[in-house]
Design a protein around this ligand. Sequence first.
Ligand SMILES: Cc1cc2nc3c(=O)[nH]c(=O)nc-3n(C[C@H](O)[C@H](O)[C@H](O)COP(=O)(O)OP(=O)(O)OC[C@H]3O[C@@H](n4cnc5c(N)ncnc54)[C@H](O)[C@@H]3O)c2cc1C
Length: 553
Amino acid sequence: MKVPPGISANDFAEAIKQFEEAVGKEWVFTSDEDVAMYRDAYSPFMGEPDELVASAAVAPDGVEQVQKVVRIANHYKVPIYPVSTGKNLGYGGSAPVLSGSVVLDLKRMNRILEVNERNAFALVEPGVSYFDLYRYIQEKGLKLWVDVPDPGWGSPIGNALDRGGGYLMPQYRNHFDSHCGMEVVLANGEILRTGMGALPGAQTWQQYKSGFGPWIDGMFSQSNFGVVTKMGFWLMPEPDAYLSGTVVVPRHDDLIPLVNILNYLENTRVTNGMPDLGSPLLGIPMLSEFVARFDQGSTPFERPQDPELPAMIAKAGGEASPELDEYAQRKRIGYWNCKLSFYGAAKANAANWAFAKEKFSAIPGVKFEEGESYKLPLTPEQREKVHKPQFGIPSLSMFSIGARSAMNPEPASGHMWFSPIIPRTGEAIFEANRVFAQAAKEFRLPFLNFNLPSTYWERSFIFIFAFPVLRDVEANKKNRESFKRLIKVAADHGWGEYRTPPAFQDAIMNTYSFNNHALLHFHETVKDAIDPNGILSAGRYGIWPKHVREAKS
Ligand SMILES: Cc1cc2nc3c(=O)[nH]c(=O)nc-3n(C[C@H](O)[C@H](O)[C@H](O)COP(=O)(O)OP(=O)(O)OC[C@H]3O[C@@H](n4cnc5c(N)ncnc54)[C@H](O)[C@@H]3O)c2cc1C
């Protein structure tokens, strides 16, 4: 059995014995076979001594048991790493940031404490998965939707604490933003409730976020300040109908007004689903087209077949080219397209789409394509045709992207995402492509073609580049190096990552360096005050306990 760093074998054995007394012997895992379950299947250190691994795992069944485990860990200074459902693939899985930590596996705490249809919220424990919550709502016949990420086996709490996102209306898509109230066990074993939850007998814990005084909820996301044992989430009342329509524009520079008008329509809630950008001319599918391709047997996305086109695209190199503009118009192929989604009353959706068309008509040559129109809930046949998360339905079908298929004949073993945030403008998309294409050429990275960002967040774009993780130590080393160089390139242009696997958390935190790293110093001050032994998730998001910082310096 691996022993956590800095702990004697005797102390660790004693701590394990006490964990067993606290939660039951069968819920403390120490065998190699059991502990291997907590390895990160997408680890970029696979096959290397630096792979981040747990020493053991302990699975409490309730908040009192969490308190006991935390107190024991604090006494013996054993580092522990809480996970909810532990499915954070692409961003670290359930492996701890400090190798040798004990994973605090909260999957057994899977109680749905309340779902309130009238006020559209839920209060859940960490082990509740999106599938669990969805099933509960379906079984009870409640008219509520959960905003789910692509993999439905994750949890509202784990996903929100890593600041993940989904696909419904903007006020639900950012999963941390759509939470309301939390319960947290601190490193000394004390319980804290945030927001209105601090008021004993509070009647609005899940209905008013900020409570009274400083609003501290954000400090428990992407951090290591506490173990979250309950969290509330606002749910989306089931809409009456869904409508989609696609805007198609003919020229390269039309992306600029396309984004400006889109922002106006989204910020005024004329369109309230997640916008979906693509380029028929460049062969970049919209997410909905991409997903549909996978669901229908993974056939490659069809690109315009004209042999002269690839040369023209290569020559333009992502820049405006009169030749390409002329080609797109002559062949009547859209340069860019953007699918808009509308949730609401059928009449309102139609009126909003009509208004959106009016606004986009300011772009000369714009065309509109009518999309799907559904009365909700979907029929079983309709469900099979759609990208399920866009209708609040959890699924795992996104994993087919990583499987062997016609579109992906030589799949990697996993991936790690480089995901910088850029401004929500067409100009920023062009600029980011220039910068990343140059970097990709220099570092020999696979994403040389023009890329379009995702629109999860309301006020910014996010680029998501998948770096492959391979069963090849040298290739992984090279990719890690390139990833780090890309972090620097992005930061030099004012673009920071929103989330990252443990391998890069220090490097990224290091780029958030305004005023001599004032923000990190603040985090460290808080960490030292509330977790002086540094037992909770040491190193998560670059926040290391004092003893580790001192040992490093
Ligand atoms: C193909 C694919 C598609 C994906 N699509 C999406 C997507 O659409 N949207 C998206 O957001 N993500 C996506 N992901 C990333 C990831 O799989 C999900 O975000 C997933 O929900 C995270 O796992 P989880 O919910 O089990 O969280 P966990 O793994 O349980 O938690 C994540 C981290 O948060 C911390 N944490 C968790 N629970 C607690 C707690 N109770 N107290 C204190 N700290 C805690 C831990 O550090 C933990 O490592 C995708 C991944 C893949 C492979």
